[in-house]
Design a binder for this molecule. Structure first.
Ligand SMILES: [Zn+2]
Ligand SMILES: [Zn+2]
Length: 449
């Protein structure tokens, strides 16, 4: 009974059953699998090779009680296949979701040919061993693996370490909340190879390979940046910790759905046209379109990606961060520590940012001031306390420092005050230099251009 969760085949027609068996055979390690489809190819539903190079002829029967005549029909198909290539050893498999008669089983024992019988319960056992969940004939994606993840502690430390690069961070403490969600993805590697024929023969031989990464929730292709982050280099995967079992977003699609969608995409992607010269010496253009059978899906890897959502709280402000994790690497998709709380502009690095200890805002360099007295305390433009000299304003982080400076200022000699006001001082210098230049010109020291 427990086996039922591994395989239900409700509502499948014979052809869909045949496709499913081809898929299961692929997972069992058979190669060069050809679904001969509805072609009535001498009773061969599937032809494939095993890893030793033997040719296997498969007969599929959905919901049938299989008697001896089906075995005899398979023998005929095996003989036909042997006639095609006598160098190969030919084996046979009959797969049914039903049962075999005793007569059929006895007959298989008597014959010299190698025939394997797979009945419904054996098929379920095969699915269980392969960890395949088949619901209504479709392969469900049920996995518990993700890219190598970090711990919650490491995730929080990561946010704290980002904060520690911000100027003035030591002036206010941060608290971090951290949660992980596992996002489902599928990686598919494929090869496409086909010839295009016209009345003058083969006009195009095409082959290409590629890979695609699909989101398991919306079926969309992942961005180039995220695909490369995940799959460009070798990666390690790990079992998802049981305490996170509720944080997995389940796959919305079956393996069949995703493959179907991918195949359409590959067909569009690799459709191209060629020009060729006909027998009458006239140029023609032919569209070369790959067929479903020209596409070989070499690898199908379903894997979860950990996505961490962190939130730093600094004073009354919240700073969300969101990033994907692949082992030791992270890809940030949200990082509000790099967004100025005054102008909302995104900055390149944490080093471009400063904290205002008065309000907890993190701001860009054009919205921060440094206390003029202690030359180090940062303050946001909103909370900076200005003190006007003659023309220039000086800014202070606290009223205390402002008052201290006021006293210092009042005691300064007039010429020292002028020097202190950098705007006034440089204006005076410019005026003096300009006057000097005019005077020297007047005296004829410099030639006038
Ligand atoms: Zn700003
Ligand atoms: Zn402030």
């Amino acid at each position: 009974m427990e086996d039922n969760k591994f395989m239900t085949l409700d509502g499948l027609d014979g052809y869909q059953f045949e496709e499913l068996i081809a898929k299961i055979m692929k997972k069992r390690g058979y190669v060069n699998i050809v679904n001969t489809q509805k072609s009535q190819d001498f009773g061969k539903d599937i032809i494939m090779d095993d890893s030793k190079g033997n040719r296997i002829v498969v007969e599929c029967k959905h919901q049938h009680f299989i008697g001896r005549p089906i075995v005899q029909k398979l023998q005929g198909a095996m003989n036909h296949e042997l006639a095609q290539d006598s160098s190969k050893t030919i084996k046979g498999i009959i797969v049914t979701s039903g049962n075999f008669s005793k007569e059929a089983k006895d007959y298989v024992k008597q014959i010299s040919q190698d025939v394997e019988l797979i009945d419904g319960s054996t098929l379920k056992k095969i699915c269980r061993d392969l960890n395949l969940f088949i619901l209504n004939g479709k392969v469900q994606i049920i996995i518990n693996k993700s890219f190598e993840n970090i711990t919650e502690f490491e995730s929080k430390s990561l946010s704290k370490s980002c904060y520690s690069k911000i100027y003035g961070h030591e002036l206010l403490k941060s608290t971090v909340k951290s949660a992980v969600q596992f996002r489902p993805t599928c990686y598919i590697r494929y090869h496409v190879e086909f010839d295009t024929h016209t009345s003058v023969g083969c006009v195009d031989s095409y082959q290409n390979s590629g890979n695609i990464v699909v989101d398991g929730v919306d079926g969309k292709h992942l961005s180039q940046e995220l695909s490369e982050f995940l799959y460009k280099e070798r990666f390690s995967s790990a079992e998802i910790n049981e305490k996170y079992s509720k944080n997995k977003t389940p796959y919305e699609f079956t393996e069949n759905d995703i493959e179907e969608q991918i195949i359409h995409h590959i067909i569009d992607e690799h459709t191209h046209s060629v020009s060729y010269r006909g027998n009458n010496n006239v140029s023609y253009t032919k569209e070369c379109i790959p067929k479903k059978r020209d596409i070989d899906l070499k690898e199908f890897i379903p894997l979860y990606v950990p996505v961490w959502s962190n939130e730093l709280k600094i004073s009354k402000y919240n700073y969300p961060q969101k990033f994907y994790v692949n082992g030791k690497k992270q890809l940030f998709i949200v990082d509000s520590l790099k967004i100025c709380k005054i102008c909302d502009k995104i900055q390149q690095t944490y080093q471009d940012m400063s904290l205002c200890p008065e309000c907890g805002r993190i701001v860009c360099s054009s919205h921060r001031k440094i206390d003029y007295l202690d030359k180090k305390t940062p303050i946001c433009k909103i909370h900076a306390k200005p003190f006007k000299l003659f023309i220039q304003k000086k800014y202070f982080a606290s009223k205390n420092n402002l008052k201290k400076y006021e006293l210092i200022w009042n005691k300064l000699k007039w010429w020292r005050k002028v020097y202190e006001d950098k705007i006034l001082f440089s204006s005076i210098i410019i005026v003096i230099l300009g006057g000097l230049y005019t005077l020297l010109n007047f005296l004829g020291v410099f030639p006038i251009f």
